[in-house]
Every structure is written in C-alpha cells, then in structure tokens.
Design a protein around this ligand. Structure first.
Ligand SMILES: [Zn+2]
Length: 51
C-alpha cells in the first residue's frame, strides 16, 4: 500500500487515462489542463510542466 493521494482526485475522474493531445503520448494520465488559445485541453504532466 503506497500513498493513495496522488494527483488531484485521481480516483474521482473516469477515463483519466488516455492520449495526450499535446505530445501524443498514449496511456498517460490526463489530470492536467492547459489553455491553448481559447480551448481547454487535457494534457499530461509533462506538457503541464512545460511553460
Ligand atoms: Zn503531453
């Protein structure tokens, strides 16, 4: 049993795993959001940390 509180409400989010639209990685956690222009895009942690 490790720490269960990782990410932001990871257990509450269905389909939290998928393909990042920014970097194209598959099977990443899409728990972060980035605003691209006027659109909110779900992205992985890596993309969220960039800029
Ligand atoms: Zn990404």
């Amino acid at each position: 049993m490790g720490k269960q509180r990782r990410g932001r409400g990871i257990k509450k989010t269905p389909n939290w795993r998928g393909t990042c639209r920014l970097c194209g990685r598959t099977g990443v956690k899409l728990l972060w959001e980035k605003v691209i222009g006027t659109e909110k895009v779900k992205c992985c942690k890596i993309c969220a940390n960039q800029r």
